[in-house]
Write a protein that binds this ligand. Structure first.
Ligand code: ZN
Length: 375
């Protein structure tokens, strides 16, 4: 049964941190009539058949025949409403992933969408497109595009083009500065496609991140900085400390750290905010000042701070949150190293960063609005 199979695929990749971090990624199963897509707020590692949202494929298809507002925010709200209305009866309490439209574009029964670190070493690199074209003749490359309707529309166009040109079903889609889609008609097909892609990428990688543990040079200073950073936040946050070979290299100077000053993928923004902080002066007042200036400039406090020649501090509302921030940022660190194999890092475009920052606010608002409306 398809739903059990897609649950199995979800568990396999969702519990492997090479593919899925902090709840990113989604999966789907489809038949002629319905698309079953992972619901928001469920985790791939533990999803049950009941965690998928049953949707009408013809209603999702109707979205392509409609004309939406020219205004971005209005358009996304209209599309979201139509997407919600494409849920089948009895599914009203579930929220389909924002990437639902993309899943419905593939003709195969099973679709896996993830943001693997090693794949993003290519999608977030200068030579990404060229490398993908060289390695995979069945791949479609989509340049960085704002998520939601516009991205889905672009993918739809490219998939149609590919299928007309080759007479084959599109099964591999790389999204620049974002991730990858795999599509197949059975679990074995998905597994084969994933190992083919990962194997080919591994074969091209010579520079790999070195995350081996490095002991703090000055344990006392680490504790003092933790305290100052928590104080600068002004509330009961958890601050954790990490040091490894790669972080040691990156925190040596502002210049070395610069590669991390702009985001590489939406995940980094969603979990760690768009911009981190580099601390060079370890005086309490100076740190507080740096934080308040940062907040004035960006409108939020940084979730990540690198202290020069000390290491990395991740800030969260509690232990779990801080550890998620840490693992997502380590993903950014690893991507920045993998990208060196492919011409260096290609950061997200500034307007895309703004779009994601605003999208976060919007999606939260619409979520609240929908939940209120449904009660
Ligand atoms: Zn995604």
């Amino acid at each position: 049964m398809g739903l059990n199979t897609i649950a199995e695929i979800s568990h396999k990749y969702g519990s492997d941190d090479r593919y899925v971090l902090a709840g990113g990624g989604n999966t789907s199963f489809k038949n002629e009539e319905n698309l079953y897509i992972k619901g928001s707020g469920t985790s791939l590692a533990t999803i049950t058949p009941n965690g998928f949202v049953k949707m009408s494929r013809s209603k999702l298809g109707d979205i392509w025949n409609k004309t939406y507002s020219k205004n971005k925010d209005e358009r996304e709200a209209e599309v979201l409403k139509d997407m919600m209305n494409a849920r089948c009866e009895g599914e009203e309490n579930k929220r389909p992933s924002v990437e639902t439209l993309l899943h419905n574009l593939f003709k195969q029964q099973f679709v896996l969408h993830v943001h693997p670190t090693m794949v993003n070493g290519i999608t977030c690199s200068v030579d990404g497109k060229k490398v993908v074209e060289q390695l995979f003749d069945n791949a479609i490359w989509i340049e960085e595009t704002e998520p939601g309707y516009v991205l889905a529309a672009k993918c739809r166009e490219r998939i149609n083009e590919y299928e007309e040109k080759t007479g084959k079903m599109a099964d591999l889609l790389f999204l620049q500065n974002h991730g990858i889609f795999f599509a197949a008609n059975d679990k074995e097909g998905i597994d084969a496609l994933v190992s083919y892609v990962m194997g080919a990428i591994e074969g091209k990688i010579t520079v790999t991140p070195d995350l081996s543990y490095v002991a703090a040079k000055d344990e006392k200073l680490v504790n003092i900085l933790k305290e100052y950073i928590a104080y600068a936040y002004g509330n009961g946050v958890t601050v954790n400390f990490t040091l490894n070979k790669e972080i040691e290299r990156l925190c040596a100077s502002n210049e070395k750290f610069a590669v991390l000053m702009q985001p590489m993928s939406p995940d980094h923004i969603v979990y760690c905010k768009a911009v981190p902080l580099f601390i060079e002066c370890f005086d309490k007042d100076a740190i507080c000042k740096q934080y308040s200036n940062f907040e004035k400039e960006h409108g939020y406090l940084p979730k990540i701070a690198f202290a020069k020649n000390v290491g990395m501090f991740a800030i969260g509302n509690n232990e779990k949150d801080a550890s998620t921030v840490k693992s997502v940022w380590l993903d950014a660190v690893k991507i920045s190293v993998y990208a060196q194999n492919f011409g260096g890092v290609r950061h997200m475009a500034p307007d895309m960063v703004d779009f994601i920052v605003n999208w976060e606010v919007e999606s939260y608002r619409s979520k609240v609005a929908l939940n209120n409306g449904e009660k």
